[in-house]
Design a protein around this ligand. Sequence first.
Ligand code: AMP
Length: 268
Amino acid sequence: MNETLYSLRMHASRGGEHLSGAEELTTQPHLETLAAALVRRALGHPRGAAESIQITVEAVDAGRVRRGVLPDLRTLSVTDFRQGRKAAAALLETAGISALAATAAITALEKGASPSGKSMRGAMLIDATSGKRLEPDASRGVRASRMGLTPGAAALLRERLSARGLDNPHVREALVLAAKVLSVPGIAAELCWSDDPDYTAGYVAALQLGYVRLTHLKPVGEERGGRAFFVRPGHGDINGIIEQLERSPLLIDEIGAIGGSAPWKEER
Ligand code: AMP
């Protein structure tokens, strides 16, 4: 892919609150269709139609584009969101996140991580040892941005996800986002559940674990969701980490394995 790449970002709000956002990294022939699809998404949001939609298109500096790989995906089935959160905490601990930090993230997402008690626009940055919040703005958070798939990788991903009944925008976009987050050396792991009231699945991602989908991380009808990016101890410059998450372009040209589903078993 030697054509110019463009970062396409959408941010929609309703009632002065964040409603929906999306990011893509793509070439010129796809821009119009993708932008139209994002406008449609914001207008048809399950929490109500967007009242304000911002679309930003920016050419990215070709010299800065890194190549990336999607993490392997597997699913752990859990009976309900309580078991899902227990599983998420256990997985995070396997990835080197302290129990304190894992609990702090889960509690914040449960309560609504922005100061208004609603979902944030972006992610929390959480110190992987102390559990302290590190993002400079607790409403906006940090948005992972400027990432996307090559057309070949996108087609192969859809084929592999389809074989597992998982070819939907939630999973596709979250895998790309997790790849971007895990490509930043200062980040150890990610936890996510959606703010879409109808979508209860979520995931934990880390280099050691890949992308582990948990079938329930919140009850149906719950609008509070969000993301936590866990920052490695001794990470150094937090602004450098934010700059990489938000501005450094990552083009994914290789996808990982899409595994099956197994029930989660608590280790005793
Ligand atoms: P979604 O998976 O789109 O339902 O998003 C769930 C939550 O994750 C949102 O409410 C945001 O708090 C957060 N989020 C969504 N997209 C991003 C992103 N690109 N970077 C960081 N956080 C995000």
